[in-house]
Design a protein around this ligand. Sequence first.
Ligand code: NAD
Ligand code: DAU
Length: 348
Amino acid sequence: MNGSGLPPRRLLVTGGCGFIGSNFIHFLLREHPDVAVVNLDKLTYAGNPDNLRDLEGDSRYRFIRGDIADADVVEQAMVGVDAVVNFAAETHVDRSLFGADDFIRTDVHGTYVLLRAAQVAGAGRFIQVSTDEVYGDVPPGKRSRESDPLHPRSPYAASKAGGEMQCIAFWETYRLPVIITRASNNVGPRQHPEKAVPLFVTNALRGEPLPVYGDGRQRRDWLYVEDHCRALDLLLRRGEPGEVYNIGADNERENVEVAALVLRELEKPLGLIRHVEDRPGHDRRYALDSSKLRALSWAPRHGFEEALRATVRWYVENEWWWRRVREGDFARFYAAQYGHRLGGATGG
Ligand code: NAD
Ligand code: DAU
């Protein structure tokens, strides 16, 4: 519901050219014929216009290229909007280890600029798409609950936690109807190949080693991107303002197991797995208790193996998409990130 008690009709989605944002925009326009979307995206290295190319000419969709930290652009984008979903962020933990200026600028300050504009415009619900990484490392046997203290351990996670704090301040101070979501690791189509699953898939397709950090026994809680989108859509309508919701599908897997499943799916040898130098400060485990969201009748519709299979298939069928992404700047990042780990790999 927005301020008028009606479901949102015109949404501002930020970061819509990225992985989850583009899946969310497709989901929204497919599920709700009466909804219009404004997508504000800076088109950083992670923003890919190919992700929404099929919406060109759709009268329900408008794209604005701009920065969520630019108050003038944000003010214009907010006109006539009755809900905001903020995906825009710097998102890659490994990049945040090289330097976190952009993370703080976008994930903290950018969130503040958006909140301020939403408050001034009376824009209705504001969904802040946050992450399970704000809880930090989760000991075996435990699952994070929304009321748990935050203990972010990477510059990325700390930036996301900073954004959350701004959201809470706008709820407490101005009663801006903010909802914070903390999702676990997503898999699905159109994820940038810097992230583990698409990196493993595209490296395997190129016949190159899959760099698994450390012993590979770190655990992540995998969620199919479409199930994430359905949860966000539900919370836009039925979530409680001022509340936090975990979004996880109870699919804990060790990284090395995920790498092996990718190889099995592609009928490639397990020998492609290469254990390499670990990520500094690497959180060993994330796991979410999502019972608060499940009480609103959400449940994931995709099991992990099915989700991974669909994801692998998408990369096999869309080689043009990932080859284009892996050309250019990506090669420089890959060399810096993996060159010493894999012995001079270029990855482009
Ligand atoms: P992504 O890196 O694929 O996309 C990020 C998008 O934001 C890009 O299109 C980029 O151009 C845009 N962007 C970056 N800075 C911007 C700025 N200053 N102004 C406007 N646009 C900007 O990210 P993703 O994986 O789709 O993640 C989306 C959101 O979900 C992020 O907030 C992330 O923290 C959160 N999240 C991601 C996951 C995951 O597994 N990928 C899990 C939980 C939460
Ligand atoms: O948990 C939610 C988070 O999931 C999101 O908030 C982040 O935006 C998103 O990037 C993701 O963070 P991770 O660091 O968990 O994702 P990544 O795909 O980079 O790594 C997944 C796991 O795989 C992690 O334990 C690190 C490991 N890994 C990653 C890469 C890139 C490897 O072993 N080798 C690799 O080359």
